[in-house]
Write a protein that binds this ligand. Structure first.
Ligand code: IVH
Length: 659
């Protein structure tokens, strides 16, 4: 009997491989079912002969009550994203300095759930999710049900491979049809559906979901005598894994871009979702030299396709008032799911933006998530207009306090100039309590708005009076003793913040977090700053004429508030390191590119700022010095083009007296 069972297992394994991996069935469905039924019957009759790698596990059956943890032998890293040609160039440049000339494997970026599969002597022993990259969840019972994942390899070797569990578009559609009929909530996209199905406790449910997979990564290629990633892909394919053929070996950026373009065209017609192209250095020796950051390999990156566009209705355009009185139009949208989350609002920035897009209320509009995160209205669909759409009209009065709005010459934004405008007040209070300002924990935007509207907080000073109103506050709906105590405690703690936090929190026009720090470092306490003259302030690098005026005016107009804050016992001193003078740094504008051995970018930045220099991200004519470390980016070339002074590793270390 054992022989027949072995024979049936071989037939069914082979049939699964031909059908699900090679997409090339050799026997009919009826024949397959006949063999499967025979095997199920035999296993029921002779349970002692049932093999762990029997394809009958593919129908599911094992149920678990919780997911066990699996420690990955090597961390499961994710990839840095790039979004355009320039960023691809910079990825290549970083790799190809010093004459390194790799080839690149370009693959589809599958949109599913990443998985690690471990085989011992050719048999599948475990399947785990990525989890936090170090520890994942044991989903072996479900992985075994995925028809395109072999239970047994073509060689009896020990191996770990990694890939993506996916659900095809057709399967999702079918599943959602069924769920609709059953009155169940629909699954939002292939990725969520794959992830949800692979994380079922009952493997029968997972088995019915018809999951699929692609394998794309071999963590220990050298153990198998391989020298390139491309060979790893072939090696894994030969073992029986489903490895996509839709990939190329590219030598140049142009070839990479061509592949991206071709995949973007194929994308709508592919049977599964992809969200980009993964670009990997092919030669393992070069991969090894490039190494890893704490999160990513330096030899691979993921180009993400521009994000998904979705159509919805622009129901209204409403206006909000910011802390500075700035008026922002906002799109109110018919709620719609974009890349897995519901969008019902999007900023429209200002009047010019709305007019530039030619938006009318009632339009069907295309929206997406810019950089995959921020909802954005892209354009109206003019062909869908039916004449009922309403022209956009800019308001002339503040929607909250009704005072006339003002537009400064040459600028695009309208402002409410009424300093007593309740909307501005609330936004100012929210800003004061926010994390980069006084960091009053436990006070969400809504609580602040409620406390303002009920008259508990009229100005920032009132945060510190809340402790005298504990009893009234506890009465309020949704608060209660515990929450109130937490708020009062963080109000007290916030009193110890360093001066720059207070300056930023006060909302002096034009004083952002960066300028607040410059001022706090320069003056060290509020007493010195509040009496600083316009001439003196103007001389400070990065402060300038308008800002100097704003600062002087602020302290004249808010004398009482500042006095009261001081009397309230709020720290008004700068608690960071004092400024020092360094002839190579003070007053200079720096840009850093590449890595300096033994010094992190933050350490260099801190040193420069402490010595009253500034660091910015991009090289321009205004840059004084570019610090160039190993593997510099395109900023180095730009510095050479603009003839900007360069500090190399030796020089910056000397300046910093770093041994
Ligand atoms: S390689 C060390 N290749 O994308 C390199 N990942 O954003 C490991 N992904 O976590 C990953 N398709 O879940 C690689 N062809 C592909 C991929 C791919 C999809 C996923 C994977 C990874 C994420 C990174």
């Amino acid at each position: 009997m054992k022989e027949r069972i072995d024979e049936l297992i071989n037939i069914l394994e082979e049939a699964n491989y031909n059908y699900y991996v090679l997409d090339n069935p050799k026997i009919t469905d009826q024949e397959y079912d006949k063999y499967l039924r025979e095997l199920i019957n035999l296993e029921e009759k002779y349970p002692e002969l049932k093999r762990a790698d029997s394809p009958t596990v593919k129908v599911g059956g094992e149920v678990i009550d919780k997911f066990e943890k699996i420690h990955h032998i090597l961390p499961m890293l994710s990839l840095p994203n790039v979004f355009n040609e320039e960023e691809i160039s910079s990825f290549i440049e970083k790799i190809e300095n010093d004459g390194v000339k790799p080839t690149y494997v370009c693959e589809q970026k599958f949109d599913g759930l990443s998985v690690s599969l471990i085989y011992k002597e050719g048999k599948l022993v475990s399947g785990a999710t990525r989890g936090d990259g170090v520890v994942g969840e044991d989903i072996t019972h479900n992985v075994k049900t995925i028809k395109s994942i072999p239970l047994k390899l073509k060689k009896n070797i020990d191996i770990e491979v990694r890939g993506e569990i996916i659900m095809s578009k057709a399967t999702l559609e079918k599943l959602n049809k069924q769920r609709k009929d059953d009155g169940l909530p629909l699954l939002q996209n292939c990725r969520n559906a794959a992830a949800g199905s692979a994380r079922q406790l009952d493997s029968k449910v997972a088995a019915q979901r018809n999951l699929d997979n692609f394998i794309y990564h071999l963590p220990n290629p050298k153990d198998y005598g391989l020298t390139t990633h491309y060979d790893s892909l072939n090696f894994m394919r030969d073992l029986g894994f489903k490895v996509s053929n839709n990939c190329i070996l590219a030598k140049t950026k142009e070839e990479i871009l061509d592949f991206i373009e071709s995949l973007a065209k194929q994308r709508p017609n592919l049977p599964y979702d992809i969200d980009g192209v993964v670009i990997k250095v092919n030669e393992l020796e070069i991969q090894e030299k490039l190494g890893f950051t704490s999160k990513y390999p330096k030899w691979a990156t993921a180009y993400k396709f521009p994000s998904e566009e979705v159509l919805t209705k622009l129901k209204d355009i409403i206006f909000t008032v910011g802390r500075t009185g700035q008026i922002t139009p906002n799109a109110v949208l018919e709620p719609v799911i974009v890349m897995g989350s519901t969008i019902s609002r999007a900023t429209l920035h200002n009047e010019d933006y709305v007019r530039g897009l030619d938006l009318k209320i009632g339009d069907i509009v295309a929206i997406h998530k810019a950089g995959d995160v921020i909802p954005e209205v892209i354009r109206p669909i003019i062909e869908r207009r039916n004449g009922t759409e309403v022209e956009f009209e800019m308001i002339s009065n503040c929607p909250i306090c009704d005072s006339p709005l003002c537009k400064k010459e040459g600028l695009t934004d309208y402002f409410c100039l009424n300093e007593a405008c309740p909307a501005r007040k609330v936004e100012g209070l929210i800003h004061y309590a926010s994390r980069n300002a006084m960091n009053i924990d436990g006070l969400g935007d809504e609580i602040i708005e409620d406390l303002h509207n009920m008259g508990f907080i009229k100005s920032v000073l009132d945060f510190y009076k809340l402790k005298n109103m504990q009893e009234q506050l506890i009465e309020l709906e949704g608060l209660g003793t515990k929450k109130i105590n937490k708020i009062l405690e963080s109000v007290e703690n916030s009193k110890n913040s360093s001066l720059e936090k207070l300056l930023f929190g006060l909302g002096i026009p034009g004083v952002g977090a960066k300028n607040a720090k410059i001022l706090a470092r320069q003056y060290e306490n509020i007493e010195a700053l509040r009496y600083a003259s316009y001439e003196e302030l103007k001389e400070i690098r990065d402060i300038g004429d308008i800002l100097a005026k704003n600062i002087v005016n602020y302290f004249i107009n808010n004398k009482e508030l500042v006095d009261n804050l001081i009397n309230e016992g709020i720290n008004t001193k700068y608690l960071g390191e004092a400024l020092t003078y360094n002839e190579f740094v003070t007053g200079k504008k720096f840009v850093i590119t590449g890595t300096i051995e033994g010094l992190s970018r933050d350490e260099i930045k801190e040193f420069i700022e402490k010595n009253n220099g500034t660091v910015s991200d991009s090289v321009s004519k205004k840059t004084d010095i570019v610090i160039v470390g190993a593997n510099p980016g395109s900023k180095y070339q730009k510095a050479l083009d603009l003839n900007i002074m360069i500090y190399d590793e030796e020089k910056i270390k000397k300046v910093m007296e770093f041994e």
